[in-house]
Write a protein that binds this ligand. Structure first.
Ligand SMILES: NC(=O)c1ccc[n+]([C@@H]2O[C@H](COP(=O)([O-])OP(=O)(O)OC[C@H]3O[C@@H](n4cnc5c(N)ncnc54)[C@H](OP(=O)(O)O)[C@@H]3O)[C@@H](O)[C@H]2O)c1
Length: 199
């Protein structure tokens, strides 16, 4: 399969790419890194990517930013980071990409544990995660050409503890390899409309 992975150089993306490259042709994408660069918050750049990279069977998104902030300090502007990036960026990938993807292709997006298990300062990220998960469930029943769609909802991964560990006290971290397997299941399996919770 020819597979686009956005966020390919990140903690989770690197693990996904390593597994996918064993059997597939992977095009790694980031805003500054990878084989191809795009800013996921730009629908124009998303469309340009699909025009430049043809014959794509699967799109994986392992990216999406959000502001971590106390609710009392959360502003519309800070919340807009997650809206533009993790929520609309990923959803626009599907809205635009559905017209380019090969028959029986797939989309795999990323949500996260905060949608199910709240943490302090996590309201904006939780909003985006929940929105993406709800979109996927609904989009799955309408996508044409046999195209499937799923998301992966990781908990904090062991490899990110140094950066985010203080937000996730008492959570059980999982190895990134286990999270990457859920993306493989989505790409290579037959399911659609799922949000794989790796908690
Ligand atoms: N790590 C965890 O423990 C964890 C747990 C639950 C959920 N998640 C979710 O999983 C996703 C990935 O997390 P991560 O920790 O692997 O992230 P990460 O290590 O920070 O990597 C982010 C990746 O996204 C790319 N990127 C950043 N901004 C972009 C943009 N505007 N357009 C296109 N690509 C962009 C980066 O490449 P460039 O630098 O080249 O832009 C990089 O490849 C996020 O949605 C996160 O919320 C992570």
């Amino acid at each position: 399969m020819k597979i686009i992975v956005i966020g390919a150089t990140g903690t989770i993306g690197t693990a996904i790419v390593k597994k996918l490259r064993e059997e597939h042709d992977v095009i790694s994408v980031g805003s500054k890194s990878g084989d191809y660069q795009l800013d996921l918050t730009s629908p124009v750049e998303i469309e340009k990517m699909f025009k430049r990279i043809d014959n794509v069977d699967a799109v994986v998104s392992a990216t999406g930013s959000a502001s971590f902030e106390k609710l009392e300090n959360m502003t519309p502007e800070l919340n807009a980071v997650a809206v533009q990036s993790k929520l609309l960026g990923q959803i626009n990938l599907v809205l635009i990409g559905q017209h380019y993807l090969n028959e029986n292709g797939s989309f795999t997006l990323t949500t996260g544990v905060m949608m199910d298990d709240p943490i302090l300062q996590g309201s904006s990220a939780a909003m985006a995660n929940g929105g993406v998960a709800a979109f996927i469930k609904s989009a799955a029943i309408e996508l044409k050409k046999g195209i499937r769609i799923n998301s992966v909802s990781p908990t904090i991964v062991e490899e990110s503890l140094a950066v985010y560990g203080d937000f996730f006290k008492g959570f059980n971290p999982v190895p990134v390899d286990r999270v990457a397997n859920a993306y493989i299941k989505s790409v290579e399996g037959a399911q659609t409309g799922q949000n794989y919770r790796i908690y």
